[in-house]
Design a protein around this ligand. Structure first.
Ligand code: GLU
Length: 288
């Protein structure tokens, strides 16, 4: 097996130290195992993408010493594939159209005494889950729906699923963990969750390395892999880089942007050494 890893940033902001760690983990895992590192732009959310970030991200990665052979994929070239997968799920009755606005969902949640919730907040309260065909047809005349996974139905099909995380061990999948997640947004026709599973499979990614904030999402991804008959990668969810107040870095942390650190005169080695404590914990896991 040739090890294939990827770093999949969204061109919606500058790379910060947290991204640099993710990129270096993926790059080191590929290099140490004579594999290939792939850069992929997760750019389906055109409302937030800015064209200059593609180039800036590539520049920052090169400056960190990261290289790749394949031309980076843009998800915008793959919309038909995402659509086809959604159609497949629709044929199996595993997704349903949702016409709710955010406001309607929040109002419904506010009225519930015990709103179901998971690690990413409240679950969708199921308002559109049991609409009849004629209700759906009526609504379709005036509104574009998003499409949600029917997690209960999916859970019946995806029993006894697990995933292997090199740091956290073998984990049993909870197909209900995130509830009825949106798999196709009404404005863009797909979602991160659907696209990432299809792209990882299409690019032959053997090891998915990313921050541990996405560990809950992996439960859903394993379900989607099962439903869409996609291969199962091995995972490594690494710790998140924190700022001096112990908060995780976000795109608003301009001070920790790689380009800012570089402009302040920091060398590549100095930036890398800021991440070395996170990386040294992972070093033993890198020899596959
Ligand atoms: N675009 C996602 C992010 O920036 C990548 C998630 C993943 O690696 O699966 O968080």
């Amino acid at each position: 097996m040739t090890v294939q890893t990827r770093f999949a940033p969204s061109p919606t902001g500058k790379l910060h130290l947290g991204h640099a760690l993710s990129a270096l983990v993926a790059y080191d895992m590929a290099s140490k195992n004579h594999g290939e590192f792939i850069l992929r732009f997760e750019d389906i959310d055109h409302t937030r993408v800015r064209s200059h970030y593609y180039r800036e991200i590539e520049e920052d990665l090169h400056w960190l010493g990261i290289t790749w052979k394949q031309k980076p994929w843009s998800q915008l070239d793959r919309l038909k594939t995402y659509q086809k997968a959604l159609d497949e799920l629709r044929l199996q009755d595993l997704v349903y159209p949702c016409f709710c606005t955010r406001r309607e969902i929040d109002d419904e949640l506010a009225q519930m005494t015990q709103a179901p919730h998971g690690p990413d907040g409240s679950h969708y309260p199921g308002i559109c889950r049991d609409l009849t065909e004629s209700q759906i047809n009526d609504l379709l005349k005036t509104r574009i729906p998003s499409w949600r996974l029917n997690s209960q139905k999916a859970a019946h099909l995806a029993t006894k699923l697990t995933f292997t995380d090199l740091k956290h061990g073998k984990i049993e999948v909870n197909a209900l963990l995130l509830g009825d997640v949106v798999l196709a947004r009404k404005d863009i026709g797909c979602s991160y969750h659907l696209a990432v599973c299809l792209d990882d499979a299409a690019q032959g990614i053997t090891h998915v390395t990313r921050g541990c904030d996405l560990l809950p999402a992996t439960h859903l991804h394993r379900v989607l892999q099962q439903l869409l008959k996609l291969p199962e990668p091995i995972y490594l969810h690494h710790e998140l880089v924190l700022d001096e107040d112990g908060q995780r870095l976000a795109k608003r942390h301009q001070s920790q942007a790689i380009s800012t650190l570089r402009d302040q005169g920091m060398s590549q080695a100095e930036v890398r050494s800021m991440l070395s404590s996170y990386q040294s914990d992972l070093a033993p896991l890198m020899n596959l």
